[in-house]
Design a protein. Structure first.
Length: 149
C-alpha cells in the first residue's frame, strides 16, 4: 500500500492536501509502485531558503527541494516498502509562479509535488535529454488526473 503524508509548516490554511495526495497516488499507479511512501512538507520562503543554502549551497528561495532516502545504500525495509524521501514545497513561491504562469495554485502545487516525486525516483533535468524524459512523465501524470494549464 502506498502512502503520502503531507505536513503544513506554514501559518496559512492549506486546503490542497487531498488533491496533492491523489495526484501523487496517480504517479505511483503510472509508475507501477505498490509499496512506496513519501512525505510532502509545505513551507514558506525563509524555510526553503535556509534548506537550499544549507544542503545545496544555493543562497536563494526555490520552489521545491527533494531529499531522496533511497540514495542511502544502508536503507533496507524488510517488507519491501520503498521509503522514497521528503519533498519540500514553498507555498510562497508556488503562489508567485501560479500567478506568473497564469494557472491555478492547485495546478502549480500538484506540478511541484509530482516534480519532486520524480526527483525522488531518480529523474533529473540537468541535460536536455533528461529534462525531456522527466517533464514528459510529469505531464502524463497531471494529464491523467485531469490537471491542465
Amino acid at each position: 500500500m502506498n502512502e503520502v503524508t503531507i505536513y503544513n509548516e506554514t501559518d496559512e490554511e492549506f486546503p490542497y492536501e487531498e488533491i496533492i495526495e491523489k495526484v501523487i497516488n496517480k504517479a505511483f499507479e503510472i509508475e507501477r509502485l505498490k509499496k512506496a511512501n513519501c512525505s510532502i512538507i509545505i513551507v514558506d520562503n525563509s524555510y526553503i531558503h535556509k534548506l537550499n543554502k544549507e544542503y545545496r549551497g544555493i543562497d536563494r528561495v526555490t520552489d521545491v527541494i527533494s531529499f531522496a532516502l533511497e540514495d542511502e545504500k544502508s536503507m533496507v525495509i524488510p517488507d519491501g516498502t520503498r521509503l522514497l524521501g521528503d519533498i519540500y514545497i514553498c507555498l510562497d513561491k508556488a503562489k508567485e509562479q501560479a500567478k506568473e504562469y497564469g494557472h491555478s495554485l492547485e495546478r502549480e502545487l500538484c506540478f511541484l509535488a509530482v516534480h519532486g516525486l520524480y526527483h525522488l525516483l531518480g529523474y533529473d533535468h540537468e541535460t536536455e535529454e533528461e529534462a525531456e524524459v522527466m517533464f514528459k512523465k510529469q505531464e502524463e501524470v497531471l494529464k491523467a488526473y485531469g490537471i491542465t494549464r
